[in-house]
Design a protein around this ligand. Structure first.
Ligand code: 0A1
Ligand code: ZN
Length: 899
C-alpha cells in the first residue's frame, strides 16, 4: 500500500459548480454486505457554462453498476472514472442522470458514508462522506431536494428513517418493506442521512410559536429507553430558546435525534435527522455524571441550532466551516449560560454565567491555544488543507465562537440580534461565506458607530496565532489620573515562521473589557465616551493605544480582559498581593477566577523550576490564604467555588512553560494540591459536609455545583492525607446515589488510595456496569488517566476483553485518554509512551483515518518540549511518517508536525 497522494486545496481556488442539481431521488436496497444505491439526478447546466464542460461527480469505495442519461444506458467509454471522479461529457443542457452503484456497509470501518453499528445502519456524510454512498457533486454549495426510498427486511430494519417527512410506506415481497421520505428543503449532500434498524423511541409533541404542531423524537438502542428523557427535554428547551432569543422557529413537522454507539465525533446536524454519538444522548442518574448531563444539553442544542446556522444558511465551501461552527458554538454556549442562569436573581445569574464562561475559556486555553502555537496553527477560516476532516478543530470551533462573541460584544445584544436578522434576511436558503456574515454584522455596526467599520476586525478570519496584549498603567497622583496603554503583538506562528518576511502580522480589532480597583479592592467608576461604569470596553484597533481615566486617587489594581472579552494572552506585571486582592474582591466573577488561577500558575511554574533543579518545593502562604478565603466566602455559590478552587490544568500550564516539561509540571501541581489539601483540611472537610445533596437527583446547576465542590473537597483531602481520608472515599463510593458521586469517589481512590480497597472498587464498578458501554468507557478513561497508569498498565487495560479500537468511544476512553491526558505516562523517560502512541496511530489508521488523525495530533507540539523528550517525540513522528500506506488524514498531520 502506498500513502495516499497529498493534494492541497486552497481557499482562493474556489470555482462555482458548473451544473445545478435541483433534485435527487435515491433508492436504497439495504443490506450490510452489499447495499445497492440508485441515484437519479436532475441536472441543469448553469448559464454561460460551455456545453462540453463535463459533469464531474465524486465517488469513493463504490462499485459502479450502470450509468444512464435520460433513460438511455451509457456504455463504458461513454464516461470516465479516474482519481475518484466520474466524468460525463456531451450532456444536454438539462437532463436526468441515473447512476446505480454498490457499497459495502459491513466492511466500512471508517464510519464515513453508510456503515453498520450494532445491528443498525447509519450514515455520516459531513464533510465528504456522501461520495462513499453514491457518485455526486460532494460539495456544500450544490443544494438539492431529496426524495429517498429505503428498502430492507422488516425483521432486521423495522425502522427506516431519512430526512424530512415520511410520505409513503408499505410492505414488499419476501419480508421486506419500504419507506419513502421527502425533504422539502434543498440541502447540500453533507446533510443527508439515513438510519435503518430496530430502535426505541421517546417522543413529544409541541407547538412552535407561530402555532405549528411538531413532533420531537429521540431514538436509541432497545433497552436504553429509560435514558432518553433528558435528551428529549433538552431538545424542547433548545426549540424554545431559539424562538425566544433569536426568533428562529423549527421549519419541519418532525425533528429526530438518533443515538449511535459507533460515531467519529459528537453529533451531526443532518436536516431533521440528527445522528448523535450515544454519549451525547443517553443519561440517567445512575450512569451519567453532571458533566454528562451538561454536555448532552449543549450538544443537543448545538445540533438543533445548526438547523438555522448551517442548514438554512450553509457554507459555500469548506474553508467557510467556521461560518456555521463558530456561530453555532457561540449559540450553544449562550444557550447553556441562559439555562444555568434562568430563574435566579441578578447576582446568582452573573455567577452562573461566569461558571459557563470559565469552563469555555478553560477549554479554549487547554485545546486551542496550543493548536494556535503549533504546526497546525491556522486562521478560523483556513487558507488551505489536504484533508478537510483534519480541520474540525478547536480553532474553527472554539476560537471561531470567540470571534462571533467579540462581534456580539462590539454590537451589544440588540445589535447582534439585528445583525443576525439581517444575515437571514439576506442569505436564507443560500451557501455563503464568512465575509457575508461579517457584512451583515457590519451593516448594523456602522449604524451604531458612524464612521467606524469592521475592516480591521476581519483580520481575525485570516490571521492565526493568539495575540498578546501587554498593559501598562501610568498613575499621576497629583492629577488623580490614570493612563492605560494597551499594546498588541501578533507574531508569526506555525507555517508562517518559514516566511522570513512575515514575522509580525498586522494589528487586530480587540475588544478589551477593563475595570480598576482601589487598593482596598473597591471598584472605581470609569468614564469613557461620556458614560460612567465599573467596566469599560476599550476597542484596540492599532498596535498600541491609550485611554485616560480621571478621579483615580491612588495607584489602582487593574482587572483585565473581563469576561475574557477577546481570545488573547494578557501580559501585566501584577504582584502576588494584587492577584490575591483581585481574587478576593474583583466584582467581575470571571476576572476574579482568573486572578486566582494566575496566582496558582505562578506558584506551580516556580515549583516546576525547583523540581527541575532538584530543590525542595514550597507553597507560598499568599496562595493558601487566597484559597482559604474563597473556600470560606459564604457569598460565593458552590459551582463557582469549585471552579475557583481547582488548579489550572496541566495543558494550560504547559502553555506557560518553555520548554515544556510535563513530569516537572505534574510534580509541581501535585505538590501544591497536596499542600492545599493538608493546610486547609478542616475547611475542605466542612465544605464536604456542607455540600451533600439529598433527595431525588437533579442535574440542575445548584445541586450539580454542590456535588462539584464536595468531590473537589474529597480530592484535596485525599491528596493532602490519603490515609486519613480513604475511609471517607470508600464510604462515598459504596453509598453513592448517582454517578457523579460514584466517579468522584472512585477517582479519589484510584488516584490517591492504597490497599485492597482500590482494586475492589475498580472490580465492583466493572461488575455493576459491564452491560452499559458508556459507563465502561468512564471506567477505562479513569484508569487510563490515573496517576499510576504507565504504558504497561495501559497495555494491560487494552488486553481487557471489553476493549476494542473499532469503537471510537472505547478508543478515546483508553488510548486517547492515555496519550492526551496522562502526561506522566506518555512522557515516560524510556520513551515507551511514544512507541505506544505511534503503534496506536498506525493501528487506528488502518481502521479509521479520521479518528487516527486526531490521535496523531498528540505530538503536534513536540518541538516545544524539553530536549530529553523532544527527540523521542520527533523520532516517533518520523516512524509514523515513514509507514507505508498512511491515510491522507494522518499523513497531513505528521508531515506538518515534522516540517
Ligand atoms: N457538524 C458536526 C460535526 C461533525 C463533523 C464531522 C463528522 O463526521 C466525521 C461528524 C460530525 C457538528 O459540528 O456537530
Ligand atoms: Zn457544529
Amino acid at each position: 500500500m502506498r500513502t495516499e497522494q497529498a493534494v492541497t486545496v486552497a481557499r482562493g481556488d474556489y470555482l462555482p459548480y458548473p451544473y445545478a442539481i435541483p433534485s435527487i431521488a435515491l433508492e436504497f436496497d439495504l443490506d450490510p454486505a452489499r447495499t445497492r444505491v440508485l441515484s437519479r439526478l436532475s441536472i441543469e447546466r448553469q448559464p454561460g457554462v460551455p456545453a462540453d464542460t463535463p459533469l464531474a461527480l465524486k465517488g469513493e469505495d463504490l462499485a459502479l453498476v450502470s450509468v444512464a442519461v435520460d433513460g438511455s444506458p451509457i456504455a463504458e467509454g461513454g464516461y470516465t472514472i479516474s482519481d475518484g471522479v466520474l466524468r460525463l461529457t456531451g450532456l444536454p443542457a438539462a437532463c436526468e442522470v441515473e447512476i446505480v452503484s454498490d457499497c459495502r456497509p459491513a466492511e466500512n470501518s471508517t464510519l464515513m458514508g453508510l456503515y453498520v453499528s450494532g445491528a443498525s445502519l447509519f450514515t455520516q456524510c459531513e464533510a465528504e462522506g456522501f461520495r462513499r454512498i453514491t457518485w455526486f457533486a460532494d460539495r456544500p454549495d450544490v443544494m438539492s431536494r431529496y426524495r429517498v426510498t429505503l428498502r430492507g427486511t422488516r425483521a432486521d430494519y423495522p425502522l427506516l428513517l431519512s430526512n424530512g417527512n415520511l410520505v409513503d410506506a408499505g410492505d414488499l415481497p419476501d419480508g421486506r418493506h419500504q419507506a419513502v421520505w421527502e425533504d422539502p428543503h434543498p440541502k447540500p449532500c453533507y446533510l443527508f442521512a439515513l438510519v435503518a434498524g430496530n430502535l426505541t423511541c421517546r417522543e413529544l409533541r409541541t407547538r412552535t410559536r407561530s402555532g405549528r404542531d411538531v413532533l420531537l423524537q429521540v431514538y436509541s438502542d432497545p433497552g436504553s429507553e429509560s435514558q432518553t428523557e433528558w435528551a428529549l427535554a433538552s431538545l424542547e428547551r433548545s426549540l424554545r430558546w431559539d424562538e425566544d432569543r433569536f426568533g428562529l422557529e423549527l421549519d419541519l413537522d418532525r425533528f429526530m435525534v438518533v443515538a449511535a454507539r459507533d460515531f467519529n465525533m459528537g453529533a451531526m446536524e443532518n436536516k431533521g435527522l440528527n445522528i448523535f454519538n450515544a454519549a451525547y444522548v443517553l443519561a440517567d442518574p445512575d450512569t451519567a455524571t453532571d458533566a454528562n448531563y451538561l454536555a448532552i444539553e449543549a450538544v443537543i442544542g448545538h445540533e438543533y441550532f445548526h438547523n438555522w446556522t448551517g442548514n438554512r444558511v450553509t457554507c459555500r465551501d469548506w474553508f467557510q466551516l467556521s461560518l456555521k461552527e463558530g456561530l453555532t458554538v457561540f449559540r450553544d454556549q449562550e444557550f447553556t449560560a441562559d439555562m444555568m442562569a434562568r430563574g435566579q436573581d441578578a447576582a446568582a445569574a452573573a455567577s452562573a454565567r461566569a461558571v459557563k464562561r470559565i469552563d469555555d475559556v478553560a477549554t479554549l486555553r487547554a485545546a486551542q491555544f496550543p493548536e494556535d502555537a503549533g504546526p497546525m496553527a491556522h486562521p478560523i477560516r483556513p487558507e488551505s488543507y489536504q484533508e478537510i476532516g483534519n480541520f474540525y478543530t478547536a480553532t474553527v470551533y472554539e476560537k471561531g465562537a470567540e470571534v462571533i462573541r467579540m462581534q456580539h460584544t462590539l454590537l451589544g445584544e440588540a445589535g447582534f440580534r439585528a445583525g443576525m436578522d439581517e444575515y437571514f434576511r439576506r442569505h436564507d436558503g443560500q451557501a455563503v461565506t464568512c465575509d457575508d456574515f461579517v457584512d451583515a454584522m457590519e451593516s448594523v455596526y456602522r449604524d451604531l458607530h458612524p464612521g467606524r467599520d469592521l475592516s480591521v476586525f476581519r483580520r481575525w478570519y485570516q490571521q492565526a496565532g493568539t495575540p498578546r496584549v501587554s498593559v501598562t498603567l501610568d498613575h499621576d497622583a497629583a492629577a488623580q489620573r490614570c493612563t492605560v496603554t494597551l499594546s498588541q503583538r501578533n507574531p508569526a506562528v506555525g507555517v508562517e515562521k518559514q516566511d522570513a518576511s512575515a514575522q509580525e502580522k498586522p494589528p487586530l480589532h480587540i475588544p478589551f473589557a477593563l475595570g480598576l480597583l482601589d487598593p482596598q479592592g473597591r471598584a472605581l467608576p470609569l468614564t469613557l465616551d461620556g458614560k460612567t461604569q465599573e467596566t469599560v470596553l476599550l476597542e484596540l484597533t492599532t498596535a498600541s493605544a491609550q485611554w485616560t481615566f480621571e478621579n483615580i486617587p491612588a495607584q489602582p489594581i487593574p482587572s483585565l480582559l473581563r469576561d475574557f472579552s477577546a481570545p488573547v494572552i494578557v501580559d501585566y506585571p501584577w504582584t502576588d498581593a494584587a492577584l490575591a486582592l483581585l481574587s478576593a474582591h474583583d466584582g467581575n466573577p470571571f476576572a476574579r477566577w482568573e486572578a486566582g488561577q494566575e496566582l496558582a500558575t505562578r506558584q506551580i511554574l516556580a515549583n516546576a523550576a525547583r523540581h527541575q533543579a532538584g530543590e525542595p518545593l514550597a507553597a507560598d502562604p499568599t496562595l493558601v490564604d487566597a484559597w482559604r478565603a474563597t473556600l470560606r466566602d459564604p457569598k460565593l455559590d458552590a459551582a463557582y467555588r469549585a471552579r475557583a478552587l481547582m488548579l489550572p490544568s496541566e495543558k494550560t500550564l504547559a502553555e506557560r512553560m518553555q520548554p515544556i516539561d510535563p513530569p516537572a509540571l505534574a510534580a509541581a501541581r501535585d505538590f501544591l494540591r497536596a499542600e492545599l489539601g493538608r493546610q486547609l483540611a478542616q475547611d475542605w472537610r466542612a465544605a464536604y459536609q456542607d455540600n451533600q445533596t439529598e433527595g431525588a437527583f437533579s442535574p440542575a446547576p445548584g445541586p450539580a455545583g454542590r456535588r462539584a465542590l464536595k468531590n473537589l473537597s474529597l480530592a484535596y483531602l485525599m491528596a493532602g492525607d490519603a490515609a486519613a481520608n480513604q475511609a471517607l472515599a470508600e464510604t462515598q463510593y459504596r453509598g453513592a446515589a448517582n454517578m457523579t458521586d460514584r466517579m468522584g469517589a472512585l477517582s479519589a481512590l484510584v488516584n490517591e488510595g492504597s490497599g485492597d480497597a482500590v482494586g475492589q472498587a475498580i472490580a465492583d464498578f466493572h461488575t455493576r456496569w459491564q452491560h452499559d458501554p458508556l459507563v465502561i468507557d468512564k471506567w477505562f478513561a479513569l484508569q487510563a488517566t490515573a496517576r499510576g497508569t504507565d504504558v504497561a498498565a495501559a497495555r494491560a487495560l487494552m488486553a481487557h476483553p471489553a476493549f476494542t479500537l473499532r469503537n471510537p468511544n472505547r478508543a478515546r476512553a483508553l488510548v486517547f485518554q492515555f496519550c492526551l491526558n496522562n502526561a506522566r505516562g506518555l512522557h515516560a523517560a524510556d520513551g515507551a509512551g511514544y512507541d505506544f502512541w505511534a503503534e496506536q496511530v498506525l493501528a487506528l489508521d488502518a481502521l479509521n483515518p479520521e479518528v487516527a488523525a486526531r490521535l496523531a495530533r498528540a505530538m503536534d507540539n513536540w518541538a516545544r518540549y524539553a530536549p530529553a523528550l523532544r527527540t523521542g517525540m520527533q523520532a516517533a513522528l518520523g516512524r509514523v511518517r515513514a509507514h507505508a500506506g498512511l491515510s491522507r488524514n494522518v499523513a497531513e498531520i505528521v508531515a506538518k508536525a515534522l516540517d
